[in-house]
Design a protein around this ligand. Structure first.
Ligand SMILES: Nc1ncnc2c1ncn2[C@@H]1O[C@H](COP(=O)(O)OP(=O)(O)OP(=O)(O)O)[C@@H](O)[C@H]1O
Ligand SMILES: [Mg+2]
Length: 460
């Protein structure tokens, strides 16, 4: 689409020469002679750029600039200044004009400034669209009193810089809360950097958090920044903080106290400005009593405590969430969104959801892929909901025919077997790995592959 530019100048010569040269460049141009006419034009339509003379009869350029911001807060403005009123032009730039050009106008310079301004406006629009997409992705669905209260608490706490500790069972939406706090904070334009303390092998966690210098240890072929430094100016999300060893806790505590980190193998430390949000599915008070968590670190982190309620404590949210996930996942899989039959919704609502919202999402995902009909029916639900159907039962006999290949059947069994053990172990990754007699990193990779863990940023 051709960008539309509004020229505001009382000199007809300037209006016509600008209109001429800008249309030659392929822009659509409108021109008016006064600030009043500019404001009136803005009531009628959106412009991609305004070229505004500072010296105007009636409303002058600065007054016009101030008022036009009330109509269109975003439109980029370039100020045209006459000889001798550069100061006014500078003032205009302080008031939010993007740039200024001087009379007599060099057409080349003017075109350059116009091009840059349009480019910048376009980038800002794209940026905003992306931001909207991100916040859409992390929208928190639910109208139960507990979720409403949580949303209100997020809105209140986000703008402060206070450290946040989020407690909640597995899959309740702790990460979502963390992301919302970041998105609604003054750090929203900074990065949100996530560290899963349970997923990183003990010997690597220090370098993961604080970075390392070249040659700090075998395999450290190049220097690498740690997550604290990557989150500088933004938010650091320490997930599953209850799984951090006491040794690492001591180092994190020091980093928080001093707002600086020391890369592994390095002598110099680096200042960081980071807001820390931590999450855990363990009652840290119990861990402190057991001697597994440092009390001083707990008090540092727990400035703003959040608790995300289990799904069974807000089952009125199940239908809203189920429909939300059908919509989201249908789009993701390129399928038509479908209704969910009332009996299916009641069955979903009656389930206890030990894996909370994540488990619900997984069930919906499977139905979006597998349910054959026009509508998602109760018969499409895994039966009995959430339980492991081992080969041999009547249910299992039915299902076995559905698998297209041995690999698909094996995956399905493995996925449910792991999930069951994971739930039995209270969502503790290390204990689950032990119970299954596999390596923890191996288990983590598998669970992530099965979608039993959230996709990390930057991964599909
Ligand atoms: N209120 C909600 N509205 C929409 N989606 C939600 C909501 N709560 C959770 N989800 C979705 O459920 C899944 C699990 O949420 P999230 O990863 O935030 O939970 P978690 O508490 O961090 O889980 P875990 O303990 O397993 O790390 C995600 O896909 C998330 O988008
Ligand atoms: Mg999480």
């Amino acid at each position: 689409m051709r960008p539309t530019i509004l020229v505001v100048d009382d000199e007809s010569g300037v209006r016509s020469s600008l209109a001429g040269v800008l249309s030659d460049e392929g822009y659509h141009v409108e021109a008016v002679a006064s600030g009043e006419a500019c404001l009136q034009a803005l009531e009628g339509r959106r412009y991609d750029l305004i070229l505004l003379d500072v010296w105007l009869p009636g409303l002058d350029g600065l007054q016009t600039l101030e008022r036009l911001r009330a109509v269109d807060a975003q439109v980029p403005v370039i100020v045209i200044s006459g000889h001798g009123n550069i100061e006014t032009a500078v003032k205009a730039v302080r008031m939010g004009a993007l740039d200024f050009v001087e009379k007599p106008l060099s057409l080349e310079k003017t075109l350059l400034v116009v091009r840059n301004a349009l480019r910048q406006g376009q980038l800002e629009a794209e940026n905003e669209a992306l931001r909207a997409q991100v916040s859409q992705k992390f929208a928190m669905v639910g109208e139960s009193p507990r979720i409403r209260a949580l949303r209100a608490q997020i809105a209140q706490a986000a703008p402060s810089n206070g450290r946040v500790l989020i407690y909640g069972e597995n899959g309740t939406g702790k990460e979502l809360v963390a992301r919302q706090i970041h998105l609604q904070s003054r750090r929203a334009s900074g990065s949100f950097v996530e560290v899963n303390c349970a997923a990183i092998p003990e010997e690597l966690i220090e370098s993961e958090l604080f970075g390392h210098v070249k040659g700090a240890f075998t395999g450290a072929l190049t220097a690498r920044k740690g997550k604290f430094e990557l989150a500088d100016g933004g938010t650091l999300f320490l997930d599953e903080i209850g799984d951090m060893t006491l040794k690492t806790q001591a180092k994190v505590l020091r980093a928080l106290q001093e707002q600086r980190v020391e890369p592994v193998g390095g002598a110099a430390s680096v200042d960081v400005d980071v807001r820390v949000i931590a999450a855990t599915n363990k009652r840290l008070e119990d861990e402190i009593r057991k001697g597994a968590f440092r009390e001083d670190l707990f008090f540092r982190l727990n400035v703003l405590p959040f608790e995300v309620p289990a799904l069974r404590e807000r089952s009125e949210d199940v239908p809203v969430l189920a429909r939300h996930f059908v919509r989201e996942l249908s789009a993701e899989y390129g399928r038509r969104p479908r209704e969910i039959a009332p009996e299916a919704l009641s069955a979903l609502q009656a389930h206890a959801w030990p894996g909370n919202v994540r488990e619900l999402r997984n069930v919906i995902e499977r139905m979006v892929i597998m349910a054959p009909g026009e509508r998602i029916e109760a018969a499409d639900l895994p039966a009995p909901l959430g339980a492991v159907a081992l080969p041999g039962g009547a249910q299992a006999g039915e299902r076995l025919r559905d698998f297209p290949s041995l690999a698909a059947a094996r995956d399905d069994f493995e996925k449910r077997y792991i999930l069951q053990k994971y739930e039995e172990c209270g969502g503790n990754m290390s204990r689950t790995a032990e119970a299954l007699q596999v390596e923890r990193s191996n288990l983590y990779r598998k669970m992530k592959g099965f979608g039993l863990l959230p996709a990390r940023r930057g991964e599909p």
